[in-house]
Design a binder for this molecule. Sequence first.
Ligand code: MN
Length: 160
Amino acid sequence: MSLEKYKEKRDFKKTPEPQAKNPTRSLNRFVVQEHHASHLHYDFRLEMPETEESKTIVLKSWAVPKGLPEKIGDKKLALQVEDHPVNYIDFEGIIPEGSYGAGLVKIWDKGSFQLLNRTDKLIEFILSGQKLNGRYSLVKTNYGGRQNSWLIIKNSPKTV
Ligand code: MN
């Protein structure tokens, strides 16, 4: 997944969302954007290389329909969506009617993370945000035969 999909889906003459830039160093930030699209969801984004081997930094992105897990052991469905450019991390605004993802976007939480482990099917990290703190993991499940289906799980601090 590259930023091509991000660019394809958007008309930058119409949407206030940022055009893509490609920085080469990650600041290890995360953001959760509350997105009042046709269905309210939360977009969870981690600033990291596009792939384990890549030098291109993007926001790996998941749409979380039912909100982020709150208690240890909670699991929430997270659907991976197209990588977003790093400068999307500060985006808040209204995507106009007729544009992809039309509706209000506002930042629900942001902060930094420490990456513990990353494979194609598992990403483990510690979040330090205003609302989200502690150990979390993203696990690829392909639930329902969907290639983009993951779970985001709040883990016990003791699990390593
Ligand atoms: Mn969204």
